[in-house]
Write a protein that binds this ligand. Structure first.
Ligand SMILES: [Ca+2]
Ligand SMILES: [Ca+2]
Length: 183
C-alpha cells in the first residue's frame, strides 16, 4: 500500500516536474531578457567600485573636491597654478586636465567652477593655430570668447571663463579642473 502510494507520489511528481519543466522552456526568452540588464548593472557597479579603489590607491585617499558625473571624476582646484603645474597635479592622481567635448560638459564645468576661470586641457604649443586636447585629439568645435584665440605664439594654453574660452600664456596661474574618466 505504501509502495503504491509512493508510486503515485512519484508518478504525480513526475507529471508535475514535466509540467514545471515546460514553463521555463516556454518563457526562456523572457528570463534571458531579465538577466542581461542585471549583468550590465553589476558590471557598472563593479567598475565604479574599482575606480573608487584605484583613486584611493593612487592618491592615498579620495580628496575633497572630487565630484562624480557621467562616468568621470572631476577635481575643481581652489589654488592657482601654471598650466604645467596644474597638469602635473592631475596626472599624479591618475587624471588629466578637463577635455570639453560638448555643450553639456561646458555647462557642467561652468557650474562646478562657480563662475571662476580655470585651465582646460587644450593647447596649440606644438603647432600655432592647431588646437589639440591632452589626449591628442584635435579640437573640432569650441566655445571661444569674442575675438579669441588671439595670442598667436605668445598664448598657447586655454582658460575657460563663463563667457567662453581665452588663449593665455601657459605660465600664467589659474585654477584648473582635472578629469578622470572611468571609460
Ligand atoms: Ca597660440
Ligand atoms: Ca587670448
Amino acid at each position: 500500500m505504501n509502495s503504491d502510494t509512493n508510486a503515485d507520489t512519484i508518478k504525480s511528481h513526475d507529471v508535475r516536474t514535466g509540467t514545471a519543466n515546460q514553463t521555463p522552456q516556454y518563457t526562456g526568452t523572457e528570463t534571458h531578457f531579465i538577466r542581461i540588464p542585471t549583468n550590465i548593472n553589476i558590471l557598472v557597479i563593479l567598475v565604479f567600485i574599482n575606480s573608487l579603489l584605484l583613486g584611493i590607491r593612487n592618491s592615498g585617499c579620495l580628496e575633497n573636491g572630487w565630484l562624480y558625473s557621467n562616468f568621470s571624476f572631476y577635481f575643481i582646484s581652489s589654488l592657482k597654478k601654471t598650466l604645467n603645474e596644474s597638469k602635473s597635479y592631475c596626472m599624479e592622481r591618475g587624471a588629466d586636465l578637463i577635455i570639453i567635448n560638448d555643450r553639456e560638459e561646458q555647462d557642467f564645468a561652468k557650474k562646478v567652477s562657480r563662475g571662476n576661470e580655470f585651465w582646460i586641457g587644450l593647447t596649440d604649443s606644438d603647432e600655432e593655430g592647431r588646437w589639440k586636447w591632452v589626449d591628442g585629439s584635435t579640437l573640432t568645435s569650441g566655445f571661444w570668447g569674442s575675438g579669441e584665440p588671439n595670442g598667436q605664439r605668445g598664448e598657447n594654453c586655454v582658460v575657460s571663463y563663463p563667457s567662453g574660452w581665452y588663449d593665455y600664456p601657459c605660465n600664467d596661474a589659474f585654477r584648473w579642473i582635472c578629469d578622470n574618466k572611468i571609460f
